[in-house]
Write a protein that binds this ligand. Structure first.
Ligand code: HEM
Length: 732
């Protein structure tokens, strides 16, 4: 019996090795996991049957008229198997098709009754099960994880009062202000319609054509061209609800709220050069990283943050709170950390859970409510509509992963694939036959009541005046970045715009950038052979037919005077090597004692060492010990690791110096600004200029334990960006 099968079968809710379990022996996320148990199917030690439970005797041959004869239509076993196979695929999501998910729990730190009556935010002793799906937006289901793109960050809370979905992204703003432009945006960014290229990439003409005519997207463009769009790990990204929502307390008092997720491991990214190479070496890099972290007990964690704004302050800002292209700077309204999300269990079946899960920003519980953000309002329609097609009918809420843990009773009936057997004869209300059940629920007993926001306005297709400042926050983002982050934005724009076939779009975009920052535009233009020119015509072509285009042009921006440090990744958590992957580069004759010591110290600090060698198997150690190889150089590259250690052992180093893949491995790690360590002869494999580099740690053969703390600190700092200029000179 396979190990994981046995685990699944014997232990309710899996987690058979004890990871992520509560003291009662169940995984922390067990409420929903227990509910899913009823639907788990496991063939281990079972007989093979048809879907009708008829035992199958021969699953190898179709029924034929004689050994060489034609197949017979009568073969119900064959027909059932093939018919099911023929129908195995469902449409992928129209956006966010590529994703990975995990189960977990959420726990609030303190009761939040003052702010909201949502039950799951009241009791620090209570854990709420969650299912979280991360995704890219533009690519197909099979596309690379490392696309330059926004990452979806969708959290389903299975609360006692029903499901609450916080369907957010890892970027706090969006491209467009009004949902009516969403199909245009997505048509522009998806592969071009004539030849379906490029896959999972925005570096093409239709995307930048659209963007260059939509100045409202400029703030988002700054984020998407920054390193935020190429995360090191899904575990190292922030999350944002993007829109302004409302929290409503028991007394019916409402406040505006912005939701944040703050990763405890900090916010870290890869370099674009790494992203390109990882896409080849391991296009499942993020998915695998999430999976392995959870399997090995390094549970990803985030804190839920709230930015609270009193109703009376609705108009106190330069921007409109309803505008999803704007942030509320954390320096203006601090983020209060109110609870913790922990992902502690991988799904058992990708299709049943990750693919069939249906998120919806309209899934809210009492105490959480919407605002009139016109992007949010459109989303409230879109998700159910698309899921009706994607999941094949109106009963997808009955799919196990979508079922609330709270009971569901209503007068909705029938439809394709209905699971529930409703026994009541009265599927209507009011009724007397069913005793008036199911009964409506008073507000005090937990019934959902929409916050009574007054609306008295003419019906118009317009936007609020403040929506038309499209550049101030784009400039704020740019000026808040550290120098390396600015360099990466410039390179990203040069890459993206350099791929365009139409020079006019490139020039228009560089012109648009002058309105964000002149230096930015000049630097981007330099790499493109474009002299930046301030646009002279109308900037915004997203204008109604009979409207005066002048009325729809961006307002003169209020140039920010001070940066917002919270927008830069430079100040993020940089003090832990936990779950970082470290390659130990070795060949026959390696100093096996050094390998053992460094492995032990890295593991003790929560890092994940792997021995990489020119071949698989076991290496002969210099001191008669043997070293097991985890991966061969043929299958990996240093882009898949956070740091590299080269132990001594003269024969090992002599062999590695002759091996181009090994030399490239170290040089690429150097170029990508990663922590490097070497002892004894291992130092010979390192690039020059190491004495001045704070992320290169060297020592004698006997000094492994002495240098390990410095190495771990360098890993914790993530990258030594100061090395970037030197790294660029290395031709790899
Ligand atoms: C702030 C803006 C937005 C954010 C943060 C956002 C976020 C997300 C996320 C995270 C998903 C993936 C859900 C999953 O993992 O299954 C998703 C899917 C989707 N989004 Fe959005 N989205 C935004 C805007 C919009 C708009 C304006 C529309 C349409 C008007 C839209 C339509 C969709 C659709 C159709 C899906 C696929 C849902 C499915 O097939 O299950 N989104 N969105």
């Amino acid at each position: 019996m396979a190990d994981d099968k046995r685990r699944n079968k014997k232990v309710p809710g899996k987690g058979g090795n004890g990871r992520g379990q509560r003291s009662n022996g169940k995984p922390a996320s067990s409420d929903k996991i227990d509910a899913l148990d009823a639907f788990r199917e496991d063939g281990t030690d079972e007989r093979l049957t048809t879907d009708q439970a008829v035992p199958i005797n021969d699953d190898q041959n179709t029924l034929k008229a004689g050994p060489r004869g034609p197949s017979l239509l009568e073969d119900f076993i064959f027909r059932e198997k093939i018919t099911h196979f023929d129908h195995e695929r469902i449409p992928e999501r129209v956006v966010h098709a590529r994703g990975a998910a995990a189960h977990g729990v959420f726990r609030v730190y303190e009761p939040l009754g003052r702010l909201t009556r949502a039950a799951f935010l009241q009791d620090p002793a209570k854990t709420t099960p969650v299912f979280v799906r991360f995704s890219t937006v533009a690519g197909s289901r099979g596309s690379t994880d490392l696309a330059r793109d926004v990452r979806g960050f969708a959290v389903k809370f299975y609360t006692d009062e029903g499901n609450f979905d916080l369907v957010g992204n890892n970027i706090p703003v969006f491209f467009i202000q009004d949902a009516v432009k969403f199909p245009d945006l997505i048509h522009a960014v998806k592969p071009e319609p004539h030849h379906e290229m490029p896959q999972a990439a925005s570096a093409h003409d239709t995307f930048w054509d659209f963007i260059s005519l939509m100045p409202e997207s400029m703030h988002m463009i700054m984020w998407v061209m920054s390193d935020r769009a190429i995360p090191r790990s899904l575990r190292m990204m922030e999350g944002f609800g993007v829109h302004t929502f409302r929290l409503v307390n028991e007394r019916g008092e409402a406040r505006f709220v912005k939701f944040h997720w703050k990763p405890l491991l900090g916010v870290h990214s890869v370099l674009w050069d790494e992203a390109l190479k990882i896409s080849g070496k391991d296009p499942d890099f993020h998915r695998r990283d999430l999976w392995e972290a959870i399997e090995t007990g390094a549970f990803p964690e985030w804190e839920l943050g709230l930015q609270m704004i009193e109703e009376k302050d609705e108009h106190a800002f330069d921007f409109d709170l309803l505008d999803p292209t704007k942030i509320v700077p954390e320096e203006l309204v601090p983020v209060q950390r109110v609870g913790r999300l922990t992902l502690d269990r991988n799904p058992d079946n990708f299709f049943a859970e990750t693919e069939q899960v249906a998120f919806h920003p309209g899934h809210v519980v009492p105490g959480i409510d919407f605002t009139d953000d016109p992007l949010l309002q459109g989303r409230l329609f879109s998700y159910t509509d698309t899921q009706l097609l994607r999941l094949g009918g109106p009963n997808f809420h009955e799919i196990p992963i979508n079922r609330p843990v709270a009971p569901v009773h209503n007068n909705q009936r029938d439809g394709l694939m209905r699971q529930a057997i409703s026994v009541s004869r009265a599927a209507y209300h009011p009724n007397s036959i069913g005793g008036g059940c199911p009964v409506q629920v008073g507000r005090r007993d937990g019934g959902f009541v929409s916050h009574p926001v007054p609306v008295n306005a003419p019906k118009v297709r317009q936007r609020s005046e403040k929506f038309f400042d499209h550049f101030s926050q784009a400039t704020l983002f740019w000026m808040s970045q550290s120098d390396p982050e600015k360099d990466h934005i410039v390179s990203a724009l040069q890459f993206e715009l350099g791929k365009l076939e139409r020079p006019a779009i490139r020039e228009r975009m560089v012109g648009m950038l002058t309105l964000v920052d002149e230096t930015l535009a000049t630097r981007v233009g330099e790499g493109l052979g474009v002299t930046p020119r301030r646009p002279d015509g109308p900037l915004n072509l997203s204008v109604p037919a009979d409207a005066d285009p002048k009325a729809h042009q961006p307002h003169r921006p209020k140039k920010p005077t001070r940066p917002s440090p919270a927008l830069s990744m430079a100040g993020t958590v940089k003090d832990t090597a936990k779950s970082r992957k470290v390659a130990i580069l070795a060949a026959d004759g390696v100093d096996d004692a050094a390998v053992a010591t460094m492995s032990r110290l890295l593991t003790a600090a929560g890092a994940v060492p792997k021995v990489i060698a020119p071949r698989l198997g076991t290496l002969k150690g210099a001191r008669s010990g043997a070293v097991k190889v985890d991966m061969s150089l043929a299958t990996v590259g240093s882009v898949l690791f956070d740091a590299v250690y080269v132990p001594g052992g003269a024969p090992s180093i002599a062999a590695l110096r002759q091996d181009g893949a090994a030399v490239l491995f170290v040089h690429e790690a150097y170029k990508h600004c990663k922590a490097l360590a070497a002892t004894g002869a291992g130092t010979e494999l390192l690039p020059e200029a190491r004495s001045t580099d704070e992320a290169i740690v060297v020592g004698e053969d006997t000094q492994v334990a002495k240098i390990a703390p410095d190495f771990l600190r360098a890993i914790g700092r993530h990258r030594n960006w100061a090395r970037e200029a030197a790294g660029k000179r290395i031709p790899v």
